[in-house]
Ligand binder design. Structure first.
Ligand code: ZN
Length: 753
């Protein structure tokens, strides 16, 4: 599969604040891992993204700060670009080191003049192909004292939520209760920026994109793609399509945006809607990269289906909140552009792309959310850890490791400091770092320029080779399926295997000892030192396979092993090339450093309490209720920030866990996934519990097992059957569920604690 054209499309970060770790885990780290992997396979990778710099959140921030929107986007574009590079995301160099035919990358911005030009060209093409309709909308209008005024976008209107009555509700949605509604439904509406100004609803003309024309073709597309999609992508796309697609506004009353390329005064105060233009960045960015760094038409290799029908692979990386944009709206725009480019018009049917057309997405490996100590990362509520300040204090690979091993692939995951420190210290440092350290120091004890090459005896290490070849297959299979967490676990299993191998071979017994004439001793010595020499190959395997995840430390290891050039240029499959001659460098430094949880928590506390003096980082938003907070609330905030959520012992003891034997398991009469389970809990009458175990256990596998259940959970009816408690089961992150059972025999009803 080498030599394919792969377009890696990374969701465009909004230039309205610094990136936080939630963004990184969900949107920015996975595509970099994947791009690095595809390059190492020998594919031709073009990676595109940039700052999304238009729209009302930016103008609101600018007006609040009293500066020009350009100042806001310049600030955060440069801050976020630097942070992504510091994290090792491969946005530089722009041209692939293998040559421009192999692609490259561009982190652009939507205020780029060339981007604007492409968007305006596309606007005209789509208009002429009959993809727009013009409609009258109602919008709030703010009247100034001098009689002039302006239309107010939804974010510029505030009032009382029609659902919960909260007085800080925005024009189109309420942050308090999460409801969305039309602006005219808001009670006591007022202008956010000028609360005393008179406002009224006025008519305004806008263009709408005819999404409805794509209903059928998108359903077809979704059916075809869904076997490759993750469950969350399938579900959200289906939900959108099932609701029925309606025309969607592509223009709005705002001046911070791309102007509408039409004559006539009525369009002067309006601009192209930000959703419509930012999503086109995937396309414009490839064209701009092509003009600046490659041949003018080279972008076509990554964007267009070839004459003989070969489709470039398009992978879109984004958070789950953005799925329908990439599986419904953006494909509809792409097909609209194909329609226009093929000279078709309003009366022609739209169709899926063919040779010469722009290609649709191959896969959209969308992520769930990374939570911060159980709460959602939020820019506006300041419940976040910012990437720039994180990277000032920690090694980027420590973060890349933690976010990869904890990636929110199939469900939300949690960032908390104790877990971060534990994983870096015990896994990254304890397994990987420790292994490398052993090989380097034992090798150096042997002495000489290239000590391990003397014991390079491949026929002594056949089993070890086979084991690594097996791990290699597991790693690549996981990466091909976008299961980064699983892939990294397989990589780490090689480090664990290496530690066991060295532990068993005990090479230290033979180092620095005089050779003897005893034949057995000599055979054992050679066998042991052959394992140590193979340890070099295993370390090289680790450098290559971990490179997409841990590019900085992989490169340090590469140098320590005496290998030339960049590990990122090494072919991924050469990780198991056993013919490479062993090299050596005599450099031996710890690969990772240990972290001290107490010191980190202390630092976090200090940062959290100085948070509101830190407003430059996130202007316009105080820490939730800062200044107004009671001491107690402030303490709570800090605890959330540092991730401690201890349970006190008395609270724990209120939970009554007991043992019981399952006596029968029946299907629940009204619920597909539930069993009705009878448990002998030591009492005369026993108890009945409804359990969602049907997907995991057959009734016969459960009957007779002694399990643990929560005995004092308030009884409640589940679909008509009273459930008295809950059976405990463990679930991992791969959908495995196993009952908690008892080791040996014990009286039913025994307390568990
Ligand atoms: Zn509300």
């Amino acid at each position: 599969m080498a030599d394919e054209h792969v377009l890696i499309c990374v969701a465009w970060p909004y230039a309205n604040g610094p990136l936080h770790l939630g963004h990184v885990a969900g949107c920015y780290l996975p595509p970099d891992i994947h791009a690095r992997y595809e390059r190492a396979l020998g594919n031709r990778v073009l990676m595109v993204s940039g700052s999304d710099e238009h729209g009302t959140p930016i103008t609101v921030t600018a007006e609040t700060e009293g500066v020009n929107p350009q100042e806001i986007v310049d600030r955060y574009h440069s801050m976020n670009t630097k942070a992504l590079l510091d994290l090792g995301c491969s946005w530089e160099p722009n041209i692939d080191p293998r040559g421009v035919d192999y692609g490259g990358s561009l982190f652009n911005r939507t205020t780029d003049e060339e981007h604007k030009k492409f968007v305006q060209e596309n606007f005209i093409s789509l208009l002429e192909a009959g993809m727009f309709e013009q409609k009258t909308m109602q919008q709030y209008y703010e009247i100034r004292d001098d009689g002039g005024g302006r239309f107010l976008p939804d974010r510029y209107v505030e009032g009382e939520c029609p659902i919960c009555g909260d007085d800080g509700a925005r024009g189109d949605q309420c942050d308090e209760c999460g409801a969305t509604y039309e602006a005219h439904e808001l009670n006591n509406p007022r202008s956010k920026m000028n609360p005393d100004a008179k406002i009224e609803i006025r008519d305004t003309e806008h263009f709408f994109y005819r999404l409805d024309r794509f209903q059928e073709v998108l359903e077809h597309h979704a059916n075809e793609r869904s076997p490759h999609w993750k469950a969350n992508v399938r579900a959200m796309t289906k939900q959108w399509l099932d609701m029925g697609l309606r025309p969607r506004a592509v223009t709005r009353d705002l001046d911070w945006g791309i102007s509408i390329p039409l004559d006539g005064n009525e369009w002067d105060d309006k601009c192209v809607y930000v959703w419509f233009e930012a999503v086109q960045g995937y396309y414009s960015c490839a064209r701009i990269w092509s003009r600046r760094f490659a041949g003018k038409n080279d972008w076509r290799k990554w964007w267009c289906i070839s004459d003989d029908g070969v489709t470039p692979r398009h992978l879109y990386f984004l958070g789950k909140d953005n799925i329908p944009f990439h599986t419904v709206i953006w494909p509809a725009l792409i097909m609209g552009l194909n329609h226009a480019n093929n000279g078709l018009g309003e009366s022609d049917l739209v169709s899926l792309p063919g040779p010469g057309d722009l290609a649709l997405e191959s896969n959209v490996p969308a992520m769930e959310y990374l939570m911060l100590s159980g709460g959602q990362f939020s820019k506006s509520r300041k419940h976040a850890i910012w990437l720039p300040s994180f990277l000032e204090r920690f090694d980027p690979d420590a973060l890349r490791y933690y976010l990869s091993i904890n990636m929110p692939e199939n469900h939300d995951t949690d960032f908390n400091w104790p877990d971060f420190v534990e994983k870096v210290n015990s896994e990254l440092n304890g397994a990987y770092g420790n292994y490398v350290n052993r090989i380097m120091s034992l090798g150096n004890k042997l002495g000489g320029d290239n000590p391990l090459s003397l014991y390079d005896l491949p026929d002594q290490c056949v089993d070890e080779m086979a084991r690594l070849e097996e791990i290699y297959i597991q790693v690549t299979q996981s990466l091909n399926r976008h299961r980064y967490k699983e892939a990294l676990r397989h990589v780490m299993s090689a480090a664990q295997y290496g530690n066991q191998m060295i532990q068993k071979a005990t090479p230290w017994q033979y180092i620095g000892k005089e050779p003897t004439n005893e034949e057995d001793y000599e055979l054992n010595r050679l066998s042991s030192l052959a394992k140590l020499a193979f340890g070099w190959r295993l370390a090289r395997f680790l450098a290559i396979t971990s490179q997409p995840f841990l590019p900085f430390s992989a490169q340090r290891l590469w140098k320590m092993l005496g290998q030339d050039g960049e590990v990122s240029s090494a072919s991924y499959s050469s990780a198991t090339d056993w013919d490479i001659p062993i090299t050596w460098s005599n450099i031996s430094k710890p690969l990772f450093s240990r972290l001290d949880l107490d010191a980190i928590l202390e630092q976090e506390e200090a940062l959290a309490s100085s948070n509101h003096s830190n407003d430059k980082v996130d202007p316009g938003h105080g820490i939730k209720g800062s200044g107004k907070n009671s001491k107690k609330e402030e303490k709570k905030m800090k605890e959330e920030n540092v991730g401690i959520q201890y349970l006190d012992f008395d609270t724990f003891m209120t939970m009554e866990l007991r043992t019981g034997t399952i006596t029968s398991v029946d299907d629940h009469p009204n619920a597909d996934k539930l069993y009705v389970v009878s448990i002998d809990d030591g009492s005369e009458e026993g108890r009945t519990v409804c359990a969602g175990l049907k997907p995991y256990y057959a009734p016969g596998e459960m009957v007779g097992k002694t399990v643990v259940f929560v005995a004092n959970l308030a009884p409640r009816k589940l679909r008509g059957v009273m459930s008295e408690g809950m059976i405990c089961a463990a679930d991992d992150e791969n959908g495995n569920v196993k009952l908690v059972t008892i080791d040996g025999e014990i009286t039913n009803g025994s307390r568990v604690r």
